[in-house]
Design a protein around this ligand. Structure first.
Ligand code: APR
Length: 249
């Protein structure tokens, strides 16, 4: 007891992991002024704390999605796969498109790691199961659930930035393929424009067989388009606000 009181007096935290994660969460959350970040944190924690870190289903985050719902941004929604850096370098600089990581929940959780433990109220940020160690880990389930909710509100002309420097730009096991694309609904989504990012040493183009699979998976009634765009063109567009969004590619 004496040690605990001394610790509290000296400002030494008993839960350094929890404090650090909460601090990052609230700092990032505060950039989105219209939300109650304390409340969203509490709802977030409920999803995984005290649970086996390999048994947190994506549904555990339903209350979190309800607490901070995604707003549709028709004609501006950007999905991606294997293009994390190029897509965010672009969306960070220009207001042309919105990715999941530009929304409140996506930006707050981006790059973070967290998990709980059965029989404990503690939050851990290290020693958590990795992405593929077990499927129902708290981080992967969060991204699955958030991606599903983001895709559910997709509307109008939707874009997807895929990687033209790999053999299979539309990877069947990706979140984009398994969670997002299958949720695009032709009553809301008019078209899907694949932006295939190419580099000097081009590996694939819009004739890539995996893109045929993509079209098969796509709800009939959603128009499909594919545009090959060099990475340098995307970078140039990010750097020059004079170029209108519609003129980038
Ligand atoms: N190990 C660790 N992290 C992984 C792994 C893995 N094996 N696979 C995916 N991830 C995490 C990483 O954080 C990675 O940057 O998911 C991110 C995206 O993975 P990709 O394979 O590049 O793409 P995809 O699975 O299609 O997910 C991206 O989902 O997040 C949403 O809206 C977003 O459209 C986007 C899509």
């Amino acid at each position: 007891v004496v040690i605990i009181i001394l610790g509290v007096v000296l400002g030494v935290s008993l839960r350094p992991n929890t404090d650090e994660l909460k601090q990052t969460f609230t700092d990032r959350c505060k950039a989105f002024k219209e939300y109650d970040c304390e409340k969203i944190w509490d709802v977030f924690v409920q999803a995984f704390v005290g649970k086996d870190p390999c048994n947190v289903p994506m549904e555990a985050y339903n209350p979190l999605i309800d607490a901070a719902p995604f707003k549709p941004a028709c004609n501006r929604m950007m999905f991606w796969s294997k293009t994390k850096n190029v897509v965010h370098d672009f969306t960070d600089k220009r207001d042309c498109y919105v990715t999941l990581e530009d929304t409140l929940l996506g930006s707050v959780m981006d790059g973070l790691n967290w998990c709980g433990k059965e029989g404990s109220q503690e939050i851990f940020t290290t020693g958590c199961p990795g992405w593929t160690d077990c499927e129902k880990n708290p981080v992967r389930s969060f991204w699955n659930r958030a991606s599903a909710a983001f895709a559910d509100v997709a509307c109008g002309d939707v874009s997807a930035m895929l990687n033209g420097s790999i053999a299979t730009p539309f990877s069947p096991s990706s979140i984009f393929a398994t969670i997002e694309l299958v949720r695009f609904n032709s009553t809301r989504v008019k078209s899907l424009n694949v932006v295939l990012v190419t580099q000097k040493t081009e590996v694939t183009d819009c004739t890539n067989p995996s893109l045929k699979d993509l079209q098969k998976e796509l709800d009939q009634g959603i128009k499909y388009k594919c545009t090959e765009v060099s990475e340098s063109r995307i970078e140039a567009c990010g750097a020059d606000p004079q170029i209108p969004c519609g003129g980038c590619w």
